[in-house]
Each structure stands twice: as structure tokens, then as C-alpha cells.
Design a protein around this ligand. Structure first.
Ligand code: GLY
Length: 377
């Protein structure tokens, strides 16, 4: 079997670094060839969430993945943490660090992050600071993690101030995305992941957006070929964007379309499942387009096209859809102040000229933003 492979190559001043993303069906039950190179005889710590492991107890792919690792190494240790974004905190991180050290790891040990974005982010962060940095592999099991969080090396946890404020850039040595595992995803999670897929079309590639629009029914019905294609294309676009900007000093920030609004909205939900990341970003992208239109950057027609597509997917598109979160303009503005894209206390937003073309808007005028939010809430 030959899976699709994307090579993520990162250029920087000091060295070049690259790693493969493997994308295909049935990868977890056929991954010995792939894993051999990365796992052979190393001490492995597999980090997963307890919800997923419960679901997977009888999942043949999960069992056969574990069996494969056992064939390649005598030392496999499992660490399980509670599922969900509330686990992305300092005490769960400490638990992972201490538990990993208790397995007497050394610098050749390997962490495998097996799960969604939360697991990938926290396990990757642990890998980046254990013994000053050890290797890790991402096995993303949600659509969102397969197309976004597993690729590009952003790792971290949340702070009480906002999302993902504590972390590091630490690239995985490989990403293995098995499309079949997505069948175990609840519909809500799948739709939330679709938001990040659509995001790539909106920021970078109108043809990709058109094709998602035309094929969305098949994609939502898990059509293998079409799903494979959109995951491949999403990772390809992300790898092109981060190639020359691994640490987000420039264009990588475009990948944050809808995320300044989204992170703020998500934090109003206290990460307890009231609103999940992709849903908050869905509202965030619609807000970013409406703000772009209000400021004269993007036509109203393009904005309406985006919003009605999200509506068609039954995703939330407005702050009015989340009245239960008691969002106010002043509280939103306070949360924006913690955004990592800001410079010299000036707010930065990602806006759009049209579908397929985002840009970075520095020094955002707070009066415009206040007026905009007052109309939206
Ligand atoms: N999720 C945005 C990025 O990786 O840069």
C-alpha cells in the first residue's frame, strides 16, 4: 500500500528540516512499514485521551496499531488524560511530564500523540520540554487535527487569560492521518473540522473553496475519495504557507482567519463543550468577512456567499447564535488584547479582499471594532 505523502519542509536561517504527513485509509492497521523507521527499538510513550481509548477498546485499528508498535519496540508506555479542551492546562501537563519521566525516558525516547487537537497540542508541548526536547509523532484522530493542529508544530496549553498562550514551536517527526478513524467522530466534531478545511479555500485558494461547496454533501457522507482529497489539499496548502514562516513572523498568521474572534468566543464557553473550537471559528470567519465588508475591503456578495455556506452546513455564523454565552463588546475587546498576533499593543486581524485572498490588517482601529461588535451582538 502506498499512502499519499506530503513532505513538510521548513526553511530557516540555521537548518532545513522536513517531515512526512501520511494520509490514507486503513493506515493504522497497515503502518508497520511507516513506523519502522521512526519507532524501531525506541522507548515509546503513547499519550491519548480516556474518552478515545474507551471508544477504541474494541476498535480494530487502535488494537492493531498498538500491536504494531509492540512488534517494533519492547518499551511501550501509555498515558491517558481526560478528553476535551479543559485538559489543556498546566496540571495535566505536569502529570504528563512526571509520568513520562517515571518511565526513565532518555533523549532517544519518542512520544506518540494519539488523538484530537487537545492531545496533539499538550503531548507535543510535553515533548518539546522533556529533557529539553524529544521527538514526537502525531496520529490525529479528528478532522480538525488532521487538517490543522497536527501539522506545523504549534504546541501548547491554555492560560486563564485565553487559549494557547503557553507553548512552543516543536515540529513532529511524522504525521499519520488515517481517514477511516474519522468514522468514529461525532457529526458535530466532523462539522467543526470542516470549518478549518473551508478556511484554506477562503484564505488561499478560491478553486478549493468552489470544489468544497460543490462536493460538500459527499464529503459529509464520508466519501473516501473526496475526503482524502480535501485532507490532502488542506495539508498541502498549510505546508506551503508555513514553509518559509515556521514561527509565524509573517504569512503564517493568515492561517488565523477567524481565530481572533473565535478564540475569544470559545473562552466565553469556558471550554466545557457549550461551543467547540471549529464552531467558534465558524462565527469568527463570518465576523471577519462582515468586518472586511464593513471596512470596504470585500464585497457584500462574497461575504454573503461565505455565511450562507456555513449556514448550509448548520454551523453557527453570528454572535446572535450564541446568546447563551453572554458576550459583550467590552469583554470581547479585553480578550483581543491577549492575541498573539498583536504588536505594540495594537490589534491585528486577518481580513479578506475576496474569497481566496486574506491579508493581515495591523493597527486595527478600536472604534471601528467597537461599532462593529455593538451591531453584531
Ligand atoms: N492553526 C494555525 C497555525 O498552525 O498556524
Amino acid at each position: 500500500m502506498k499512502p499519499n505523502i506530503i513532505n513538510v519542509s521548513l526553511n530557516n536561517k540555521f537548518n532545513d528540516f522536513s517531515y512526512p504527513i501520511f494520509i490514507d485509509n486503513s493506515l493504522l492497521s497497515n503502518c508497520e512499514e511507516i513506523l519502522k523507521k521512526f519507532v524501531f527499538k525506541r522507548k515509546v510513550i503513547l499519550i491519548h485521551d480516556n474518552f478515545f481509548s474507551f471508544e477504541c477498546k474494541n476498535n480494530e485499528q487502535f488494537i492493531s496499531f498498538i500491536e504494531t508498535i509492540k512488534k517494533l519496540t519492547e518499551s511501550l508506555n501509555l498515558i491517558s488524560i481526560p478528553g476535551g479542551d479543559t485538559s489543556k492546562n498546566i496540571s495535566q501537563l505536569e502529570y504528563i511530564l512526571e509520568k513520562s519521566l517515571s518511565f526513565k525516558i532518555d533523549r532517544s525516547s519518542l512520544i506518540i500523540a494519539f488523538g484530537g487537537g487537545v492531545i496533539g497540542d499538550i503531548a507535543g508541548f510535553a515533548a518539546s520540554i522533556l529533557l529539553r526536547g524529544i521527538d514526537f509523532i502525531q496520529i490525529p484522530t479528528t478532522l480538525l487535527a488532521q487538517v490543522d493542529s497536527s501539522v506545523g508544530g504549534k504546541t501548547g496549553i491554555n492560560s486563564s487569560k485565553s487559549k494557547n498562550l503557553i507553548g512552543s514551536f516543536h515540529q513532529p517527526i511524522a504525521v499519520i492521518s488515517d481517514i477511516d478513524i474519522l468514522k468514529t467522530l461525532p457529526k458535530r466534531e466532523f462539522l467543526a473540522g470542516m470549518v478549518e478545511v473551508i478556511k484554506y479555500g477562503l484564505i488561499y485558494d478560491v478553486k478549493f473553496f468552489n470544489s468544497i461547496e460543490n462536493n460538500f454533501k459527499d464529503i459529509l457522507n464520508y466519501d473516501q475519495l473526496k475526503l482524502n482529497e480535501v485532507i490532502y489539499k488542506s495539508c498541502k496548502i498549510k505546508s506551503l504557507i508555513i514553509k518559509n514562516d515556521a514561527k509565524e513572523n509573517g504569512k503564517r498568521a493568515l492561517l488565523n482567519l477567524g481565530h481572533t474572534f473565535g478564540h475569544a468566543i470559545e473562552s466565553f464557553g469556558k471550554y466545557n463543550g457549550t461551543i467547540i473550537h471549529g464552531e467558534a471559528v465558524s462565527i469568527g470567519i463570518c465576523l471577519a468577512f462582515r468586518l472586511s465588508s464593513k471596512m470596504g475591503y470585500c464585497s457584500q456578495i462574497e461575504t454573503e456567499r461565505v455565511v450562507s455556506f456555513f449556514k448550509k452546513l448548520t454551523l453557527p455564523t453570528s454572535l446572535k447564535d450564541v446568546k447563551n454565552l453572554n458576550i459583550t463588546t467590552s469583554k470581547m475587546l479585553k480578550k483581543f488584547k491577549y492575541d498573539k498576533k498583536n504588536k505594540n499593543n495594537q490589534l491585528t486581524f486577518i481580513l479578506n479582499e475576496k474569497i481566496g485572498k486574506s491579508f493581515i490588517k495591523n493597527n486595527m482601529d478600536e472604534n471601528i471594532l467597537t461599532e462593529f461588535l455593538n451591531d453584531e451582538i
